[in-house]
Design a protein around this ligand. Structure first.
Ligand code: ZN
Length: 233
């Protein structure tokens, strides 16, 4: 059996990723906004895009036809590389996201804990299977590009869903908005808008590749609504 190439690749990817993040002005800006209590899910989405791009760049730098045995992505290699990379992004995005949720809750005077979603293993598996089922690496190299960013953004969407469901169960009436960035495609234009949690379309938490729509919600809005409806009665 040949030498296991995965530990070496992972170490190189990790080092490059950490350096790129450390030099990112965008990440610095987003962390400062969060520390001063000015970040919401718009910033979480921006962080996910930046982290996703940096991880994609690190993967593309070290994983290529030459670095893989037989120029193929064997399951044993793809599974460990991709899972580890996506879980790293999951840790960073959910860390930032729970800090943001915590301060949004505090600003709305809600004594609720920030909720963290599960790592979406099914989605990760789907990506790994596509990588493994190609004849050669070059056929699937593009999967290390935008799909890594899309996966990372989906962590934000999962975080919103988890928190909004939790707050709804706590008796609040959270509103969720989905805003287009640029013109958007037909599917996105159709989804854009502001909804009560209970009336939001199921697809509101979904996105296609290169979909930069901003999904957002403020717990405070739900609280205000609750107060209004009581006053009304
Ligand atoms: Zn679209």
């Amino acid at each position: 059996m040949d030498k296991d190439i995965v530990p070496g690749l992972l170490a190189a990817i990790d080092q490059y990723f950490i350096e790129t993040n450390a030099n990112s002005k965008e990440l610095k800006r987003l962390v400062e906004l969060q520390k001063s209590g000015k970040a919401d899910y718009k910033e979480v989405n921006e962080l996910a895009i930046e982290i996703g791009k940096n991880m994609s760049a690190a993967l593309k730098k070290y994983v290529n036809a030459e670095s893989l045995p037989d120029e193929k992505f064997y399951f044993n290699i793809a599974n460990r590389l991709i899972n580890k990379s996506l879980k790293t992004n999951f840790g960073i995005v959910t860390g930032y996201s729970s800090d943001v949720q915590k301060s949004l809750n505090e600003q709305a005077n809600l004594h609720l804990k920030a909720q963290v979603p599960e790592f979406n293993q099914e989605k990760a598996k789907g990506l790994i299977e596509k990588l493994v089922h190609a004849e050669t690496f070059d056929d699937v190299a593009w999967l290390l590009d935008e799909p890594i960013v899309t996966f990372t953004q989906s962590i934000v969407d999962d975080s919103i869903q988890k928190n909004i469901e939790f707050q709804s169960k706590a008796g609040l009436k959270p509103r969720i908005t989905r805003t287009l960035v640029g013109k958007g495609c037909d599917w996105c234009r159709n989804l854009a808008g502001s909804y009560l949690y209970s009336e939001a379309p199921d697809e509101i938490y979904q996105r296609h590749e290169r979909d930069r729509c901003i999904v957002n919600y403020h717990p405070g809005d739900g609280r205000k609504q609750d107060v209004w409806s009581k006053d009304w009665r």
